[in-house]
Write a new protein. Structure first.
Length: 248
């Protein structure tokens, strides 16, 4: 491979981002070997200390595990893809989930907006909205469930929103292609700890009251209008990673 270190980020972090992106895109799958420290040294022209730091960072993020006599291999069983990362991946590569996950669309319908949804979308209470509900599986077991809510008026220009089938490039990608509405500008995610409701328990195969990670997100267009309001719930024990920079 051809790899190059620039000086925008610390060298180890650039390599971590590259390998993480390969894992998230499915190029490196569960059980695949992560490049060894010597391979990282050779490919990226970094020191052994930097290469070792790369592998340590991947293990700390729950993306890799060291196996005696084997080396460092990919593991994504304890990770959860953040809403932000799903949107970016869908718009960039067309893939919403890692290769070892698949999604089952449980509902795709036109309904009336509950109060919290109307508020989130900036619509009047009871306005028509599209509701898309899905369950995501990893290795055959349910790990998360999510619901997307959109202005019902979009269904006329984007009729596949009402089909209980996966959208090829995810909801944001489909809206851009079918309705000319593109996600852009500041977006918002919120996350909290919670306990499984009866519906959550049925989707995730856990007991009602079991600990879960719950979240919601607002996807906006360039004018600040909310295109999609989403809610999700995940089984416990999965890490969600966010990166950010602090400027001095």
């Amino acid at each position: 491979m051809t790899a190059r270190i620039d000086r925008a980020d610390p060298p180890y972090l650039q390599v971590v981002k590259h390998i993480r992106a390969r894992i998230e895109s499915g190029a490196l799958r569960e059980g695949d070997h992560v490049p060894s420290a010597r391979r990282i040294m050779s490919d990226w022209g970094v020191s052994m200390a930097t290469a070792t730091k790369v592998l340590a960072a991947l293990r700390a993020e729950g993306l890799a595990v060291g196996v005696p006599g084997v080396g460092t291999i990919v593991t994504t069983r304890g990770t959860l893809t953040a809403p932000r990362d799903r949107v970016v991946a869908a718009l960039g590569t067309g893939r919403v989930h890692p290769a070892d996950e698949h999604t089952e669309i449980r509902a795709a319908e036109l309904t009336t907006a509950p109060g919290r949804v109307a508020d989130a979308l900036g619509l009047p209470p009871g306005a028509p909205v599209v509701r898309r509900h899905r369950v995501t599986y990893k290795d055959g077991a349910p790990v998360s469930a999510s619901t997307s809510w959109l202005d019902g008026a979009l269904a006329e220009r984007a009729p596949a929103l009402l089909a209980a089938e996966r959208l090829g490039r995810g909801t944001p990608g489909y809206l851009r292609e079918a309705a000319g509405r593109a996600a852009a500008g500041p977006q918002t995610d919120q996350i909290t700890a919670g306990r499984a409701t009866g519906d959550d328990a049925a989707d995730l195969g856990v007991e009602p009251g079991a600990p879960v990670l719950r979240g919601r997100n607002w996807i906006r267009d360039e004018h600040g209008t909310v295109l999609e309001y989403g809610e999700f719930v995940s089984v416990a024990g999965r890490w969600m990673t966010y990166e950010y920079e602090i400027s001095s």
